[in-house]
Every structure is written in structure tokens, then in C-alpha cells.
Design a protein around this ligand. Structure first.
Ligand code: SF4
Ligand code: SF4
Length: 253
């Protein structure tokens, strides 16, 4: 598979004049370029699956309505009782059921692949974590039962200032700032000592499961970049399919 992320851990692959921030941004330019192509592939694959559900024989020849619809498409507005309306209903049920389950299974396989790699104990993910939520918002989400937020606030605390966050990992901080348009909040875990977790046995699931998402930016020293390189294209295809299915559901629902 084409390697769409640079392996930032392999210094031999890094041009001398590129710093970590440039490498990270290059990775994301590459993702953007690939994503357009992958999105088209995902749309074609979903359309092919939908076409397989279409009535094989033209039902209009047996129909008394004589509505004379020429554009037989999944999004056409068919009259009640039309066989093509049934096709639309089947499509909705297929995309929200069997097809979605297939995508979930594939996603789990990709996440399982992460177990083939291990943490190189750089401590970067403990020293600089980001969230679109403020500490107060995270605590509210935790209070309402959101497990991720609950885990997060059980270990992470906010940096006092963006300057402090930047000191923890300047290149990663800057790359995040360039890539993320929305307001971002920066956190660290006080339990990291000499790159190691000082409370390893009691660390929450968010620490055990890191990285949680194959499409999120990782610190360049993170050994899981190799895993992400390997599965990025498949993960992007799944992500594109998820968005396209949401579009079909909205149009047909
Ligand atoms: S609890 Fe341990 S593993 Fe989790 S963020 Fe803190 S130092 Fe890292
Ligand atoms: S950034 Fe990656 S390699 Fe470094 S401690 Fe975290 S999980 Fe391990």
C-alpha cells in the first residue's frame, strides 16, 4: 500500500532541511490530496452496492401509473407504490444495517492491527494532549456520563498558558495550530516522570487505548505512526463511506 504518511521516526527518510512541523504538514497535504481520490472511490463503491439492490426488470412496463419518469435514480421522487420507492427503502435499510456493520467490522480490524506495534515510551502523548473542549466542558461531559471525558479529566490538567504547552513539544504544537482551525485546549498529565507513567497500573482506558483514531495527528516520535502509515488509506476510505452514508440517509430518510 502507498505510504501516505511520512514515517517521522525514521530519520534516514527525513530530508535534512525539514523540521518536524514541516514533515507533519507534508503528511497532511498528502492526506488531503489522497482524500479526494479516496472519496470518489468510496462514492463509486457505495453506488455499485446500491445499484445491486435496484429491480432487475424495469417495473414501469407492468405499472398502470404511467408517470413517465425518465431519470431512474436513487434520489428521484417516485410516486407512492412505485417499485423504485421500495428500492429506496431497501437502500436505507441496507446502508444503515448490513453495510454499516461491515464498515464497523473493518474498522475494528484496523484498530486491532495496532496491537502489532508497541509504545516506544517517548512520553509525548502524556506531555501534550489536545481537545476541542475546555477543562470545564470536559468536566461537564464527564458528569453527564461521557466515558472518554471522564477518563481524560481523571489524569489530564490544562496548561496554564499556550506558551507552556508549546514548550512541551514546539513542533507538534505549531503543527496542530496550523492544522486545526477550531479553538484547541492543551493539557498534560502530571503523572509522567522521565517519559514513563508513574501510575501505570491505574492508568485509564484512554491511556491504554492510545492512539484512539487512525486519522488524528500523532507526535512525530510516536511509534504508532508506523501503524497509522499502514492503515491510513483504508481508514480514510471508511471515513469517506461513513460521511457518504450519512448523506444518503439524510436524502432518503
Ligand atoms: S496516566 Fe500515565 S499513561 Fe496516562 S497520560 Fe498520565 S502518564 Fe501518560
Ligand atoms: S506518543 Fe506514542 S510512543 Fe510516545 S508514549 Fe505516547 S503512545 Fe508511546
Amino acid at each position: 500500500m502507498e505510504n501516505i504518511f511520512a514515517n517521522a521516526n525514521n530519520e534516514k527518510n527525513q530530508p535534512d532541511n525539514k523540521n518536524e512541523k514541516t514533515l507533519i504538514l507534508d503528511q497532511y497535504e498528502s492526506i488531503k490530496e489522497n482524500y479526494e481520490e479516496i472519496f470518489v472511490t468510496a462514492a463509486i463503491q457505495i453506488r455499485d452496492a446500491i445499484d445491486k439492490l435496484k429491480p432487475e426488470e424495469n417495473p414501469c412496463t407492468l405499472c398502470s401509473k404511467k408517470c413517465e419518469i425518465k431519470d431512474i435514480d436513487i434520489f428521484t421522487d417516485y410516486p407512492p407504490g412505485c417499485a423504485y420507492k421500495e428500492w429506496q427503502a431497501q437502500t436505507l435499510s441496507f446502508l444503515g444495517g448490513e453495510y454499516q456493520q461491515k464498515l464497523k467490522n473493518t474498522y475494528e480490524l484496523l484498530m486491532d492491527k495496532k496491537n502489532e506495534y508497541s509504545c516506544n515510551k517517548c512520553g509525548d502523548c502524556c506531555r501534550l494532549a489536545v481537545s476541542p473542549y475546555s477543562y470545564e466542558q470536559l468536566k461537564q461531559r464527564a458528569f453527564k456520563g461521557d466515558k472518554f471525558s471522564k477518563d481524560f479529566v481523571s489524569v489530564f490538567v490544562p496548561y496554564q498558558s499556550e506558551e507552556d504547552a508549546k514548550k512541551a513539544n514546539p513542533e507538534y504544537f505549531e503543527a496542530l495550530g496550523d492544522l486545526v482551525d477550531d479553538k484547541t485546549y492543551y493539557y498534560y498529565c502530571p503523572k509522567v516522570k522521565d517519559n514513563l507513567c508513574s501510575d501505570y497500573e491505574n492508568r485509564p482506558d484512554i491511556c491504554k487505548d492510545f492512539p484512539h483514531n487512525p486519522l488524528k495527528l500523532l507526535p512525530s516520535r510516536c511509534s504508532y505512526n508506523v501503524w497509522r502509515n499502514e492503515i491510513a488509506k483504508q481508514a480514510m476510505l471508511l471515513n469517506a463511506k461513513k460521511d457518504i452514508i450519512a448523506f444518503y440517509k439524510q436524502k432518503l430518510g
